[in-house]
Design a protein around this ligand. Structure first.
Ligand SMILES: *[C@@H]1O[C@H](CO)[C@@H](O)[C@H](O)[C@H]1NC(C)=O
Ligand SMILES: *[C@@H]1O[C@H](CO)[C@@H](O)[C@H](O)[C@H]1NC(C)=O
Ligand SMILES: *[C@@H]1O[C@H](CO)[C@@H](O)[C@H](O)[C@H]1NC(C)=O
Ligand SMILES: *[C@@H]1O[C@H](CO)[C@@H](O)[C@H](O)[C@H]1NC(C)=O
Ligand SMILES: *[C@@H]1O[C@H](CO)[C@@H](O)[C@H](O)[C@H]1NC(C)=O
Ligand SMILES: *[C@@H]1O[C@H](CO)[C@@H](O)[C@H](O)[C@H]1NC(C)=O
Ligand SMILES: *[C@@H]1O[C@H](CO)[C@@H](O)[C@H](O)[C@H]1NC(C)=O
Ligand SMILES: *[C@@H]1O[C@H](CO)[C@@H](O)[C@H](O)[C@H]1NC(C)=O
Ligand SMILES: *[C@@H]1O[C@H](CO)[C@@H](O)[C@H](O)[C@H]1NC(C)=O
Ligand SMILES: *[C@@H]1O[C@H](CO)[C@@H](O)[C@H](O)[C@H]1NC(C)=O
Ligand SMILES: *[C@@H]1O[C@H](CO)[C@@H](O)[C@H](O)[C@H]1NC(C)=O
Ligand SMILES: CC(=O)N[C@H]1CO[C@H](CO)[C@@H](O)[C@@H]1O
Length: 792
């Protein structure tokens, strides 16, 4: 009885507890806007904990309104009952990802792109069954990818992260509704050939810049756009991959190891606008059936071993604007047929083995060419005057050939010309004054020829000229003071490039960018860009052409840097003489001045302090007098080389104020006296920076024990630290070799698509243009990827 009572009471208690639990349970499962708000406030404190300063828009949550639907970055269902979208893109969020997104159980849209999120994607995300849009691109997320469970996804963007491993945990699990998937620029590995068969709705798939191996997925022909560029895909392409109803608009297989012939069935893809097969091992003929793809605007076949015959059928491609047949080992005279591609805008034949001249082919009569790149061949004729008839030319790249003779003054008639690159040829004679008529010119690259005479004062008329490289010629005479007028105003050109939806960039952009970036072993980008992919290169180039600064430059006397466009003057390795014009102070748009290994003399003008220089190299001249104390006020200097001159007096202590200096050389100025400080910036440099100066004293090392042997010859020195060569790698793990892999046709693709999508108003999906500097910095890329011997 007592027992019973006890039992009853116990039973009652159990029921009671159960009841309570059930009530609590229903209360918990009853989601509402209030619970959503609760979770968002948890998210807010989670983020605030990890981001004590520099918080994003989420910081204001709850400040203006208690209804979360009004909060920054939040969107709700049409009835306002639940939170359905969260956009914290570009919100300066770092740290790990929030682990309870699934508690927002109506969440359909999640955008955390362009932050610096780290670590793995938490398992919790797999429970977000309603997610339709997930964008985690441009972060530092890592680990294997498992999104199984996120089955409603339509758009997935994981590009530019550090994900690893193969895709099998997520694909085909997330495939049902998937339309867009961007996995590019990660570290994914493994095969792709059976991952996407189940993705019946897929239209846009970007797998570029990963480490995928194995054979190509054969199902791609039902997509609209497919890129697997920059991977390690092997094997032949099977003819059956090109189904009869192929709907591809853009196909990019560039920079892989795909072998064999290109199947003629490719012509089934009769909507193709861009076809990029660059940088593979294709052999055999270029299929003449390509000539029936009348929509084709970009055809990129460089870096393969196609046979030399270009099918006549390609002449039918009325829309063809871009033709790239670089690096195909074509020898002999340039094929005549190129002279008949009158529809072309860009013709890129660099890196072949062409010999002889170019006039016989008739390409100089092509009416609409804006870009002609014949660099890295073996042309050996005189520089053809006929090129001056190509009045639409904007980019003329003839570098690295054996062109001889003089520069025709008629080139001064190319009024649209923005880049003239004739470097590394055998050109003689003087620089024609008529080049001063090139008022659109941004680049003048004449380095490594045998040019003589003076720099014509007319060049000073080139008001938009920003990047001048005349190094390693035999130029003589004084630098005309008119030269200081260059680069005073390039806005009209930049403005017109901004207006132009046409492809202003192109395959040589990495080459030119390389030269731009690496003056004297200094790459302003070295510390900014650790992802040396062709995408970065293309963006930099595009930004430069539009006059958007890509690296920070500081104004006189200030160390505050702002993004602005800034040029260089590279005159080293000539026989230039005279004094540096005092007008030099006007050159506010220049950050690199290289006058090394010439015969300049006199004082270094104090006005130089007005130029926002980052690099100043005047070594190997006959400068004399005091080193101007004003140099100590050039706060942005990172590299200062005054070595091998006749400077005298005391070394100014103000140089110790140059806190950004990482390269300093004052050696072999034997008349220079003074004491080398043991602290401050100058105290950070070793003996090499000061040797050969017996009157200098250092508490740290002995400088007068012996006078070391004289420095190596100027020319040698130029090559060591010059515009090219090994100096390129000097910037903080930034490998140009890696960057240049894929230069050439590979990168045109994006540009071409940019052009096309812009023009047609289609989704701009291959070229996210100028998306800021900050995320480039954030992303780490193995600088040595692509270091696998692929040639430019
Ligand atoms: C993802 O976000 C990035 C950066 O915010 C944006 O450029 C990209 O277009 C987005 N991806 C998709 C598929 O919408
Ligand atoms: C890819 O993996 C390699 C080797 O594990 C590493 O060196 C590199 O930094 C990784 N790259 C990225 C983008 O995560
Ligand atoms: C294309 O054709 C194949 C058979 O050749 C068929 O299975 C597929 O459904 C077709 N695709 C479309 C989009 O029509
Ligand atoms: C050249 O360009 C002009 C203007 O864009 C165009 O009208 C003309 O048809 C083009 N010529 C050829 C041969 O494509
Ligand atoms: C280029 O031409 C020069 C002579 O003009 C010759 O010595 C050299 O071997 C040629 N190079 C190639 C790669 O054919
Ligand atoms: C081109 O330039 C040359 C020399 O500068 C000049 O004599 C000639 O008249 C110009 N030709 C045309 C067609 O403008
Ligand atoms: C081109 O340059 C030459 C030499 O500087 C000059 O005589 C001529 O007038 C210029 N022509 C034009 C069209 O500006
Ligand atoms: C100049 O010539 C040297 C020696 O041949 C070569 O190493 C270097 O690459 C050339 N410089 C440029 C700017 O191409
Ligand atoms: C620069 O250096 C001089 C001499 O060493 C010193 O007097 C001056 O305060 C320094 N100026 C700045 C801005 O640091
Ligand atoms: C994928 O992302 C990369 C890097 O963010 C971007 O360059 C590319 O255009 C994107 N591709 C698509 C298809 O959106
Ligand atoms: C991807 O390939 C690059 C270049 O071959 C290599 O350095 C890197 O280690 C690879 N990453 C992985 C994760 O295999
Ligand atoms: C500053 C502010 O508006 N705070 C409000 C945040 O929301 C809670 C309730 O959700 C209010 O009590 C606070 O006043």
């Amino acid at each position: 009885m007592l027992e019973d009572h006890k039992n009853e009471a116990q039973c009652f208690r159990v029921v009671h507890i159960l009841l309570l639990l059930m009530m609590a349970g229903t209360a918990m499962s009853e989601h509402s806007l209030d619970t959503d708000k609760e979770i968002l406030l948890n998210l807010k404190s989670f983020l605030e904990e990890r981001n004590p300063i520099n918080r994003g828009g989420y910081e204001k949550w709850n400040q203006s309104s208690s209804n979360p639907c009004d909060w920054y970055g939040i969107s709700c269902s049409p009835d306002g009952a639940r939170v359905t979208g969260l956009d914290l893109s570009d919100n300066r969020i770092s740290g790990e990802m929030f682990k309870s997104f699934s508690a927002l159980n109506q969440l359909q849209y999640l955008d955390l792109s362009k932050n610096t999120l780290q670590g793995k994607i938490p398992d919790d995300l797999r429970r977000c069954h309603n997610l339709v849009y997930l964008n985690l691109s441009h972060n530092l997320l890592e680990g294997a990818l498992n999104l199984a469970g996120v089955t409603s996804l339509e758009k997935l963007d994981l590009s530019t992260n550090r994900f690893l491993g193969d895709l099998r945990l997520s694909f085909p699990a997330v495939c049902n509704n998937l339309v867009v998937a961007n996995l590019s620029i990660n570290n994914f590995t493994g095969r792709i050939d059976n991952c996407f068969d189940g993705c019946r709705n897929l239209q846009y798939l970007d797998l570029s810049s990963n480490n995928f191996t194995g054979y190509l997925w054969t199902g791609f022909s039902r997509l609209a756009e497919f890129s697997v560029s920059e991977n390690y895909i092997t094997g032949p392409i099977s003819a059956s991959s090109f189904e009869e109803n192929c709907s591809l608009v853009a196909l990019d297989l560039s920079e892989n190891n795909i072998q064999g012939e290109v199947p003629m069935q490719i012509s089934n893809c009769n909507n193709l606008v861009v076809l990029n097969l660059c940088g593979n091992n294709f052999i055999g003929p270029i299929p003449l059936q390509i000539g029936s793809i009348l929509t084709l605007e970009g055809l990129l076949l460089g870096g393969n071993s196609f046979s030399r015959v270009i099918p006549e059928t390609l002449l039918n491609l009325k829309n063809l604007a871009f033709l790239d047949l670089s690096r195909n080992n074509f020898g002999g005279e340039i094929q005549d047929i190129f002279g008949r591609f009158t529809q072309l805008n860009s013709l890129v034949l660099q890196g072949n083995l062409y010999t002889g001249g170019i006039v016989s082919s008739g390409i100089h009569r092509l009416p609409n060419i804006t870009r002609l790149d014949l660099s890295y061949n073996n042309f050996s004729s005189y520089l053809p005057v006929e090129i001056s008839q190509m009045l639409s030319l904007k980019f003329l790249i003839l570098a690295h050939n054996q062109f001889t003779g003089t520069i025709p003054p008629e080139y001064g008639n190319l009024s649209q010309l923005q880049a003239l690159d004739l470097s590394n040829n055998g050109l003689i004679g003087s620089i024609p004054p008529a080049l001063g008529n090139l008022t659109s010119l941004l680049w003048l690259m004449l380095a490594n020829n045998s040019l003589t005479g003076e720099i014509p004062r007319d060049i000073g008329n080139c008001g938009s000229l920003f990047w001048v490289n005349l190094a390693n010629n035999q130029l003589s005479g004084a630098v005309p003071h008119e030269l200081t007028n260059i680069g005073r105003n390039a806005s009209p050109i930049f403005e017109s490039n901004r207006q132009s939806n046409h492809m202003i960039a192109g395959p040589t952009e990495c080459l030119v960018t390389q030269r731009l970036l690496s003056v004297e072993g200094y790459t302003p980008f070295g510390s900014l860009y650790t992802i040396p992919t062709r995408k970065i290169c293309r963006r930099i180039w595009n930004q430069l052409l539009k006059g958007y600064g890509v690296y920070p430059v500081c104004a006189m006397g200030s160390s505050v840097r702002t993004y602005q466009i800034s040029g260089y003057i590279q005159l080293s390795g000539n026989q230039l003489t005279g004094e540096v014009p005092q007008d030099i102070g006007k050159m506010k748009n220049f950050s690199v001045l290289h006058l090394g290994s010439n015969e300049f003399y006199g004082k270094l003008p104090t006005e130089i302090r007005n130029v926002p220089l980052v690099v100043l190299n005047i070594s190997g001249n006959r400068f004399s007098g005091q080193i101007p104390v004003e140099v100590g006020n050039m706060k942005c200097l990172r590299s200062l080389d005054l070595s091998r001159n006749n400077f005298s007096g005391t070394m100014p202590m103000q140089l110790n104020n140059l806190t950004e200096l990482s390269n300093f050389n004052i050696s072999f100025n034997p008349l220079l006296a003074g004491r080398i400080p043991d602290r401050g910036q100058l105290g950070t440099f070793g003996k090499e920076s000061f040797m050969g100066n017996p009157l200098l004293h250092s508490p740290l090392f002995d400088l007068d024990d012996q006078l070391p042997p004289p420095p190596p010859s100027n020319w040698q020195d130029e090559n060591d630290i010059g515009m090219d060569g090994d100096g390129l790698n000097s910037g903080n793990g930034f490998s140009w070799e890696a960057l240049l892999m894929g230069y050439g046709c590979g990168m045109v693709f994006g540009v071409a698509v940019f052009y096309i999508t812009f023009r047609k108003g289609e989704p701009n999906w291959f070229a996210t243009m100028v998306d800021g500097i900050h995320q480039w910095r954030a992303q780490k890329r193995n600088a040595s990827r692509r270091g696998d011997g692929r040639k430019i």
